[in-house]
Design a protein around this ligand. Sequence first.
Ligand SMILES: Nc1nc2c(c(=O)[nH]1)N[C@H]1C(S)=C(S)[C@@H](COP(=O)(O)OP(=O)(O)OC[C@H]3O[C@@H](n4cnc5c(=O)[nH]c(N)nc54)[C@H](O)[C@@H]3O)O[C@H]1N2
Ligand SMILES: Nc1nc2c(c(=O)[nH]1)N[C@H]1C(S)=C(S)[C@@H](COP(=O)(O)OP(=O)(O)OC[C@H]3O[C@@H](n4cnc5c(=O)[nH]c(N)nc54)[C@H](O)[C@@H]3O)O[C@H]1N2
Ligand code: SF4
Ligand SMILES: [Mo]
Length: 680
Amino acid sequence: MTAELNVLGACPLDCPDTCSWVVTVRDGEAVRLRGNPDQPYTRGSLCVKVNRYVEHSKAADRILYPMRRTGPKGSGRFERVTWDEALDEIAERLTAIVAEHGGEAIWPYQGTGTLGYIQGETGQAGRRLWNALGASFHDLNICSRAGNTGLRITNGTPGGMDPETFALSRLILLWGTNTLTSGHHLWKFVQRARADGAHVVAIDPIRTRTADQCDEHLAIRPGTDAALALALLHVVLDEDAQDQDYLDRHTKGWDGFEREIRRYPPEVAEEITGIPAKDIRALGRRLAHTRPTGIRATMGLQRHRGGGTALRTIAAIAGVTGDWRHPGGGVSYSTSAHVPIQADTRPGLLPAGPVRTLTMTRLAEGLEDTADPVKCLWVYAANPMGSTSDQNRVRRGLLRDDLFTVVMEQFPTDTVDYADIVLPATMQFEHTDLHAGYGHMYLMWNEPAVPPPGECLSTTETFRRVARRLGLTDPSLYDSDLDIARELLSGGHPYLEGVTVERLRAEGWVRLNVPDPFVPFTEGFPTASGRLEFPGPGEAYVEPFTARAAGPYRLALITPASHTFLNTIFGNNPELTRRAGTPKVLVNEKDAADRGLRDGARVRVFNDNGEMAAELEISDRVAPGVVMTPKGHWPKLSPGGVNANVLVDERDADMGRGAVYHDNLVEVAPEDGAGVTASA
Ligand SMILES: Nc1nc2c(c(=O)[nH]1)N[C@H]1C(S)=C(S)[C@@H](COP(=O)(O)OP(=O)(O)OC[C@H]3O[C@@H](n4cnc5c(=O)[nH]c(N)nc54)[C@H](O)[C@@H]3O)O[C@H]1N2
Ligand SMILES: Nc1nc2c(c(=O)[nH]1)N[C@H]1C(S)=C(S)[C@@H](COP(=O)(O)OP(=O)(O)OC[C@H]3O[C@@H](n4cnc5c(=O)[nH]c(N)nc54)[C@H](O)[C@@H]3O)O[C@H]1N2
Ligand code: SF4
Ligand SMILES: [Mo]
């Protein structure tokens, strides 16, 4: 019998749950993966995607060696080179670019492939090298920034409820969030509340699998949530159920906000949101008289023109009802801001001088700049060809012959096809990392379980080698992964008291040193006034782009999380792509009939940005005027070589330059019909 070893780790993916896991290793090979049964949030289960992580880590298409491009950009033709050859070419090109154009010509384009503090996004892995080179600052705002900004205005922080406290809620609003797909471990806590009589409502333009399981579903018109929030508060005031003591002691700007609320009676909100006034009134009464009410509002809600404002105004609800007084009351978006690990205050992480900021959601625009051109695009843990807006423009940018593109990757993505140099990257079983969830209050350790296959290197090790090849001398560039972990935990914040690398390695996970239940804002809010700050007149609702559907495109497109992919990760896994099937577009029966479209037909979904091919599914999950096709399919594995992002405008949301993935107008026509659009 060969010995088996169980190694504690954590899921690195961009998902609120950040599961704690146990990898079983036999003869130096990972043979089994399961959720850590001890961890209070994970409780022994992973998800349909990560249940395939063992096979994914050994997949035949894994990139194992450095490669250099041999065909034209986009062709995906490469030859294997040694690490020495790859590093020599990188050092030569970077040195020349910095000498000729300055460090700001380098765009370190980091994505959300891993959220790790050591290898990934939350710790800004690579930042020390980029600072040493004077590279442009990369603003990683693609996912949640608009909502973060809106919440910061109201509450002073995007951090809100501990999701575990939903077990104590008596009314739960799942608002613009698809719990059973995009972070299903919360559901256990929802179910616990339900067992105690809680009423659960989904507010979503789509009747998702989560909405199917709720007591009630309100099919809101996309991007109009702030108007619904105001109307619900209108009913709360009609019922005289506002918490006056809380308003007096803990909020600011109530007079102006109350006047704003009075402008949105349910009948007015019905016109805007499409939800019948009687349903708004019924939910408003529940909200008025049910304490605690817990609102789970996540990122889907803010991928809109008014996305920041939507979160800002939804957060104001809890200021009127006084829900923050009660465990199980308040708003939950992300717990990240509660984690007191400050990556960018570590020595060496601050830039030597001011540098320009390049914005992740504006990749196409950034690559088109000719005045101050980007000469090196260094992509890591990102797949912009699959995940960024306006795919056709991004593709044109990546085709630029004068652009030196390096991609650190695990798999041959569409982005890899445009690289000059490809560097093979480790997966989570093969490197060290420290994680926090954005949907819970735990820190997690990921111990490497197996050696990297082929010549794969971790992010940190790759950057150490690049730094050495460039002859850089700052000692912080050469810190080991454990040095970095210790620094990250050394801030001295009371939430980190007693949390050490040794303890994390031994136990796998540690709850932040906070009370249980954790109830934020009992001492006030981290705003300038110390109070919850209400939106002022004219600040509470921003209408969506799709509200003005006057041109040739009449359908509001939503491109949400797929059940089988995690962004574009697993988009090449045979079993998960089989389950996802060919890209589909869901269209309501009425819209299909108006356009003469049959169920199962091959259709084109298009607008001025481009078009994608899809299979039409006539569905009552979408209301008339709304269509849905999920994110995550790999363009090159899809018909026509594109995915839904070919339809998405590179346009800013109201706050933080957030992306507008769910706020675009399209038309749908038969695949063989030329440019058929609904006539005015
Ligand atoms: N299986 C799976 N899980 C994932 C991901 C994935 O790709 N696949 N992605 C991960 C990532 S990166 C993130 S950021 C999170 C995102 O998790 P979610 O916040 O759940 O994100 P989305 O799927 O974009 O949107 C959620 C829901 O919001 C709805 N929605 C869209 N527009 C509106 C609106 O205007 N109003 C309302 N009320 N609802 C609206 C959509 O129809 C969708 O059902 O999930 C993570 N988890
Ligand atoms: N249409 C539409 N598009 C969307 C969204 C939407 O709702 N609709 N959501 C957006 C959201 S919320 C997000 S967060 C973005 C995500 O966009 P990106 O940040 O570009 O993320 P992914 O597309 O998942 O690509 C991550 C890549 O990182 C690689 N990777 C994983 N781990 C590592 C590692 O340790 N090292 C290295 N070098 N590589 C690694 C994976 O193989 C994968 O190819 O997508 C956005 N795109
Ligand atoms: S993707 Fe989310 S639910 Fe799945 S294993 Fe990772 S953290 Fe857990
Ligand atoms: Mo995200």
